[in-house]
Structure formats: structure tokens, C-alpha cells
Design a protein around this ligand. Structure first.
Ligand SMILES: [Zn+2]
Length: 510
């Protein structure tokens, strides 16, 4: 009650100045006289003005020292001519300009030659994807004209476009005699997959010498062992068997093996041959020689063949009993490499012989050549109901073979024409009652279809007498050789000195 009464009292005397909230604490002490009040007003006015002036001065300083230099340096960078004519940059601004301009120069200088390289400089380069010899040289600070000269000189020995990813190039750089900060190619050597080394050396500016040096290779025994995962051909390639060697072996096995149905994952191929190996232990790609033994292990059954040749001109593949692998009829009457793998086939069931089917099917693309299974005479060529286009060949008094669903006949094949074993007689198709391109192959014995896999066809040649004795000795030496070799291991050739000492007189004949 008391406070309320006193508040009211003071407010009535001082009018606007007294605010009710402040009223209570001040109540007892202050009653401001009018004279003092006006002095207070003047004071506050002066303080306000001073603060305003100080503030504007401060803002001015901030503007000139912080914002203007940025603006000037920005202008100076954009229009240097204007900056020098019209703007007198402050010290701070000059520093800023110096900083901005210096920065990129420092950055550009830093990576390529941190300290000036000490020449001659050896560089080991590795070709990565997208690289060309030219771009690789340019990256090494070689002047463009010289890089082109180097590439053009190399073209005499190899095609620089054939550089492969991962290939190594050893490069020796020298200080360029004319262009101070550039490098000159002193030497360059490229190792090619054929184990040839191409070497280039600088004679003088614009002139290079070029030499191709073949690394000395020694024929070294090699035992390749491959396991079928996706295909027999892949297994062979993984084991280091060149495709040409594989083609020869498949031809040799085609008399006995049905490459459509008898190859399965887990089967193995083994080959004894020679490979060209450098003294470093590096083997040349491809290039097998003296392929002398091969084995296919199919479903646990081992089919071995041995190569045998003698002075009488005999040369060929034989089984362990001395019978030539060549039979009167092929079991796979097409290039086995062209056969679609049996497992994983969805479009067409790859049928074997049964009472209902009476033939065997080989799935292959339309147009794949069909080979005559044996020597003989064509007895039918034309359309034959569900077989579609059809060819029948009479081989001897006992056997005939038939080929169905053909897309087209070979022009040389007419009714009555003679054919040789392995000759192309027609091409795979899907004519007649067929669900997809394949060859329907039948073997007929006395006019009736028989199961070709169950037939024993006659060998074309059997070794006997002295020939058989030599063959047996040869076979024994191959077997002991195989026993000594680890699968897929490249043996380093003997030390070069020994090779040189052992055959100084022979070297002329090789
Ligand atoms: Zn069929």
C-alpha cells in the first residue's frame, strides 16, 4: 500500500521522466531538478555525436585498409593496365597482388623438376592405358620435335602403335644442348613380347641409331597341365599351350574322342613340348616346338598319344600300342574348337546316341564347316524329310556316315563325288526338324544306324618290327622326361658359359 501511494506521488511531479518500474528503488533518493536535467540532455548529445564521428572514422579505416586493397588487387589482376595508370595500390594491396601472382608460378614450378635433375637421368617407364610413346616422351620434358623423331626412328623396327599396357621402356635422358630447360633422349630400349629388344641411341640432335637385338633363346622341355573349368581350350591356354599346338592335338584326338559329349569340367590335358626360354628364365609367348606327347584324362580315363617320326619319312601320332591315331572315321566330324560347349547349353539338348535318336548331335553356329568323317563317295545330297538338307557318304563295304540339318552344301559335293577324310562337305544349319543350329551325325553299318562311340574303327597304320622297337624306346624316354618335369614350370636353361663351351662347333649348324 505504501509503495503504491509514493509512486503515484512522484509521478505526478516529474511527469514523463519517471517510469513506474524504476519508481520503487529511486523513490526515496531522487527528485531531479529541471536545470540538471537539461545539462544531462546536452551531455548525452555530445557523447552521441562523438561516438558517431568515431564510428564513421573507424568504418573508413576498415574500408580503406581491408576492402579497398582486395578490390584493387582484383582490378589489377583483371586489368593490369588500368591498375598501373589509375590505382596507386596501398602497400597491403601490393603485397596481396604479389601473393596472388606468385602463387600459381610457385605451384607450376614445384612438381616437374624439384631440384634440377642431374643428367644423364635413367627413367623406367611402364605403359598404362591411354599412353602412346609420344605422350610418354612429352611427359618426360622431351621437346615435341625430338619426341616425333624418336618415334619415327623406332618405326623402322617396330610399330609404336602396338605398345601394350604394362610393357616396360627404359629411357635415359640427357640435358638438351640447345633448349636449356628441356631433356634430350640419350637412349631408349623397349622389350617386345617376342623377347626382342629394340634399342635407340642419340648420335646428335635429330639423328638416332637403332638396333634390334634378339634375346638368345634356348629350347627347353616343358610339361603343360591344364584342368577344364569353362572349356578345354581355355584350360590349354592357361597351361601355356599355344592355340596352333592345341589345334593339331585336337585333330589327332578327333578320331577317338567325341568333343561334344566327352569333355567335362575337371577333365585334364597334359602336353610335353619345348618352349623357348631366355637365360633370364623368361619364356617367349607361344612358339611351342617338338610337341611329343599329349594326354586327355576324361572322366578318369586317360587317352595318351605319342608323336613318332623316323628316317623313313614316317611321322605322326600313335597310341601306346603303336597304332596310328588316324582311323577310318572321325568321331568328331568338325573342328572341335567350333563346337558349343555341351554343358550350359540351353537352346538345344545335345543328344547322344539312343534307340530314339540313332545319331549324335554337335551344337555349333550356323555356317560351321562339317568335315567328311572318312574317305568315301557321296551317295546322297539333298533334302530328306526331318533331316532337312542331308549328305550321306559311303566309306567302304561296312560303313556309311550321314549329316543332317545342313544350311548349305559345299559346292564340290555332288551325288557320286569322292571326298577325303577331313574335307569340308557342308555347313551347319537348322533345316528340317531342328530346334537350333547343330549337326546331326549318324554312322550306318550295313545300312542301319549304330552308336559311333561304341564302334572300333580301323587304324590307318600299325607299327611293327624294328619301327615298333624304336617307337617303344622313344616312348620310354618321353615317360622318364615327364616324370622329371614339374607341371607348368619353366626350367631355366643351363648357364650360358656351359652352353657356349659345350657347342662351339655346333653353333654354326643351328
Ligand atoms: Zn540329332
Amino acid at each position: 500500500m505504501v509503495t503504491k501511494a509514493s509512486t503515484l506521488h512522484y509521478s505526478s511531479r516529474t511527469h514523463r521522466l519517471v517510469v513506474p518500474q524504476y519508481g520503487a528503488p529511486r523513490a526515496a533518493s531522487s527528485a531531479i531538478p529541471a536545470k540538471r536535467l537539461s545539462k544531462l540532455r546536452v551531455n548525452w548529445f555530445i557523447i552521441g555525436s562523438v561516438c558517431g564521428i568515431a564510428m564513421s572514422f573507424f568504418m573508413n579505416v576498415v574500408f580503406t585498409s581491408l576492402i579497398l586493397p582486395h578490390y584493387r588487387s582484383f582490378r589489377a589482376l583483371e586489368h593490369p593496365e588500368l591498375a598501373t595508370l589509375r590505382d596507386v595500390p596501398t602497400r597491403l594491396a601490393q603485397q596481396k597482388i604479389a601473393k596472388v601472382q606468385a602463387k600459381p608460378i610457385i605451384e607450376a614450378k614445384a612438381p616437374p623438376p624439384p631440384p634440377p635433375p642431374s643428367y644423364p637421368l635413367k627413367v623406367a617407364l611402364k605403359v598404362s592405358s591411354g599412353d602412346t610413346l609420344l605422350t610418354m616422351l612429352l611427359k618426360q620434358n622431351v621437346p615435341s620435335q625430338e619426341a616425333h623423331q624418336v618415334v619415327n626412328t623406332l618405326k623402322k623396327e617396330f610399330n609404336p602403335g602396338m605398345l601394350r599396357v604394362g610393357q616396360r621402356i627404359s629411357l635415359t635422358l640427357d640435358k638438351h644442348e640447345r633448349l636449356n630447360d628441356r631433356a634430350a633422349v640419350k637412349e631408349l630400349a623397349i622389350r617386345l613380347p617376342s623377347l626382342t629388344t629394340v634399342e635407340l641411341a642419340r648420335l646428335k640432335e635429330g639423328t638416332f641409331s637403332l638396333a634390334a637385338e634378339r634375346v638368345k633363346m634356348v629350347d627347353t622341355p616343358y610339361r603343360a597341365v591344364g584342368k577344364v573349368r569353362s572349356s578345354l581350350y581355355q584350360a590349354a591356354a592357361d597351361a601355356g599351350i599355344p592355340s596352333a599346338t592345341m589345334a593339331e592335338l585336337v585333330r589327332a584326338f578327333s578320331y577317338d574322342i567325341d568333343f561334344q559329349r566327352e569333355i567335362h569340367p575337371g577333365d585334364t590335358i597334359e602336353v610335353l613340348m619345348n618352349r623357348k626360354v631366355a637365360e633370364s628364365g623368361e619364356a617367349a609367348m607361344g612358339g611351342a616346338s617338338n610337341v611329343r606327347y599329349a594326354a586327355l584324362t576324361l572322366h578318369g580315363k586317360k587317352h595318351e598319344i605319342y608323336h613318332f617320326a623316323d628316317s623313313s619319312g614316317l611321322s605322326g601320332w600313335f597310341d601306346a600300342r603303336g597304332n596310328s591315331v588316324k582311323k577310318s572315321l572321325l568321331k568328331t566330324p568338325m573342328n572341335a574348337a567350333r563346337i558349343s560347349s555341351g554343358y550350359g547349353m540351353r537352346r538345344h539338348p545335345v543328344l547322344g546316341y539312343s534307340k530314339m535318336h540313332r545319331g549324335v548331335d554337335f551344337a555349333a553356329r550356323t555356317g560351321t564347316p562339317i568335315l567328311a568323317a572318312g574317305d568315301g563317295v557321296v551317295t546322297y545330297r539333298g533334302w530328306k524329310g526331318g533331316y532337312g538338307n542331308y549328305v550321306q557318304v559311303k566309306h567302304n563295304a561296312t560303313y556309311q556316315t550321314a549329316y543332317g540339318h545342313i544350311s548349305r552344301f559345299h559346292p564340290s559335293v555332288k551325288n557320286g563325288s569322292r571326298v577325303k577324310q577331313g574335307q569340308v562337305i557342308a555347313y551347319v544349319g537348322s533345316t528340317g526338324m531342328s530346334t537350333g543350329p547343330h549337326l546331326h551325325f549318324e554312322v550306318l553299318q550295313a545300312g542301319r544306324q549304330v552308336n559311333p562311340t561304341a564302334q572300333k574303327f580301323n587304324t590307318s597304320q600299325a607299327l611293327a618290327g624294328a619301327q615298333m622297337q624304336r617307337f617303344k624306346a622313344r616312348m620310354a624316354s618321353m615317360r622318364s622326361e615327364l616324370a622329371k618335369l614339374q607341371p607348368n614350370q619353366i626350367t631355366k636353361p643351363a648357364a650360358p658359359q656351359q652352353v657356349a663351351m659345350a657347342s662351339p662347333s655346333k653353333s654354326g649348324t643351328q
